[in-house]
Design a protein around this ligand. Structure first.
Ligand code: SIN
Length: 563
């Protein structure tokens, strides 16, 4: 399996102790299925549907309402080589370049070759993409793409349309039981160490209220990202990294956590803005909008051959440098020349989002700055979504399949969910697992109070954000260590989430400290250059049974030919 060989101890670090399980009541109820899918974005919904096509029963658990994850916020679209002048090989090349030498090339090849069919399947399930006058899917461009290959829906409401179509398909299937308002807690394993279900807490009363156990020999994590580790993010409030934290506590391998993507053009709402921030899609630059600094000067033209449409990390860094030089808290996006009709037809969601905040992009510049957007790393999987624990799978943003490397190419994420969910269902049906009773959980338990969440987020924004250094990361480590002593938590959603955020932040900062180079979305002020000789490797973390966080380097099994 990709990346699971023994790695080097170079850069090994194991100073942190983290809980092996969350403090929670013993399960008071039980449910059973063939497969448990945790999460209801594109990855979770399509995994559930593919598992059903294979005749398996599915328990689909989701943290809030079924359509409240990150998918419905996706504006840009789905990247796939659907145009006549495009090819999977071209899409592969752009993805590898964006990933800056750390993609798993075989995983990318799977993504780009199976992608076009996956989009067609989505259409046959009922998703409506925007078309041109000839009825063909209209394709646009985003950062890092050398072709028009982004399919979109409702102009800039792609995620909402995909979510609508998939939720409707799931609702039609009586073999999928949906449990909403369910926060997943910990993995249940049998005496052989294989997954046999999860513990979860359901907000509500009755048969499925409170803490319970959902049992199945296949558990698919599709919980999305962990944007709430930061104070400013494009992710919704539910994105607290519950899946990665669960996998880490269970002893699974977690990789590439240092590669956090900061979207270059998030509307700037002032220094005190917190939580989910409004995205201004790259597709706006794809239609011709460009960045300006506070003096009204364009600054991307000399930076990269693709100028304002350079890969995301390049644009985010250029913006940060310009903000430093001009001592301003944001730059500007100029899309005035697109005209009222383009704004209305192509970007109705963004237009409304701007106007509701008193900015009219038809006549005004939009203030923008980078903010957390996407986790390129996560639960390390092979090419069939299998994690390092038998029976445990991960799909979508929670997973690290290796397709993103050090920086995800725009609009590859919905595609990843579509392609790998199908492969997970194939893996489950080709090697059915044995149902065994779970053993009682062992290891130390832990819980942090909600009151420390803001302190952690501020530390992550300040010290482990777009720009990092040994000194800033040492400060972040100290802050995370100091909050870990808080002992006034009690089992509830906010405290479980806060503990997950702490585990994710601690692992991310450990990776960021160890990776002494600048690559993709990991930018070290004190190591400004990319260092292939030492760092064309992946960082993989595990939690030992006694709660010690261990990080090692691991060679890329299917290395990246785009140097
Ligand atoms: C965007 O629309 O700019 C975001 C698309 C993505 O994150 O891939």
């Amino acid at each position: 399996m990709s990346g699971h060989a023994h790695g080097s101890n170079a850069g090994i670090a194991h100073s942190h102790h983290l809980p092996s399980r969350l403090t929670a009541e013993a399960p008071g109820w039980e449910a059973r299925a063939d497969v448990i899918v945790v999460g209801s974005g594109v990855a979770g919904l399509t995994t559930a549907l593919h598992a059903r096509s294979a005749g398996l029963t599915v328990l689909l658990v989701t943290k809030a309402q079924v359509n409240e994850g990150s998918t419905r916020w996706a504006q840009g679209g789905i990247a796939a080589a659907l145009a006549e002048d495009d090819s999977p090989e071209d899409h592969l090349r752009d993805t590898l370049i964006a990933g800056v030498g750390l993609c798993d090339e075989e995983a990318v090849r799977i993504l780009v070759t199976q992608g076009p069919d996956a989009v067609r399947e989505l259409i046959s399930l009922g998703a409506h993409f925007d078309t041109d006058s000839s009825g063909a899917i209209s394709l646009t461009r985003e950062g890092g793409h050398h072709r028009d290959r982004i399919a979109h829906a409702g102009g800039d409401a792609t995620g909402a349309e995909i979510s609508r179509a998939l939720v409707a398909a799931v609702a039609r299937d009586a073999g999928i039981e949906l449990v909403e308002n369910a926060l997943v807690l910990d993995l249940l394993v049998d005496a052989t160490g294989a997954a046999q279900g999860v513990t979860l807490h359901v907000m509500g009363s009755g048969q499925r209220g409170g803490t319970g156990a959902a049992l199945a020999p296949h558990v698919v994590l599709a919980t999305g990202g962990f944007g709430q580790v930061y104070g400013q993010t494009t992710n919704p409030y539910v994105a607290t990294g519950d899946g990665v934290a669960l996998a880490l506590r269970a002893g699974a391998e977690i990789a590439d956590l240092e590669f956090v993507q900061f979207h270059p053009t998030v509307m700037w709402l002032g220094p005190l803005a917190q939580g989910q921030q409004p995205l201004v899609s790259e597709a706006v630059r794809g239609e011709g909008a460009f960045l300006l600094d506070s003096r009204g000067q364009r600054f991307m033209t000399g930076e990269h051959e693709l100028a304002d449409l350079a890969p995301r990390d390049v644009v985010a860094k250029a913006i940060m440098r310009r903000m430093r030089e001009t001592e301003e808290a944001h730059v500007w996006l100029d899309g005035r020349h697109l005209g009222a009709d383009t704004w209305l037809q192509r970007f109705p969601t963004i237009l409304e989002s701007c106007r509701s905040r008193g900015i009219d992009p038809v006549t005004d510049l939009i203030p923008v700055a980078p903010a957390q957007h996407y986790a390129s790393g996560g639960v390390l999987t092979d090419h069939f979504g299998r994690a390092s624990i038998p029976g445990l799978f991960a799909c979508g943003e929670v997973a690290c399949t290796g397709v993103h490397g050090a920086n995800r190419l725009a609009s590859n994420s919905l595609l990843e969910g579509l392609v790998f969910s199908k492969r997970i269902a194939e893996a489950i049906t080709s090697a059915p697992a044995t149902v065994r009773e779970p053993v009682s959980p062992s290891g130390s338990e832990g819980l942090l109070p909600h009151r420390v969440r803001r302190t952690m987020q501020q530390a992550m924004d300040r010290d482990a954000g777009v720009l990092r250094s040994a000194m800033s990361l040492a400060d972040a480590t100290r802050e995370l260590h100091s909050v870990s002593h808080a002992d006034d938590a009690h089992p509830c959603t906010e405290d479980w989430e806060t503990t997950n955020i702490h585990m994710l932040a601690t692992t991310l900062v450990q990776h960021a400290r160890l990776r002494e180079e600048t690559r993709g979305s990991h930018w070290r002020d004190d190591y400004p250059d990319r260092d292939d000789a030492q760092w064309q490797v992946r960082l993989v973390s595990t939690l030992s049974p006694d709660g010690e966080l261990r990080t090692r380097t691991e060679p890329l099994v299917h290395g990246d030919s785009a140097k």
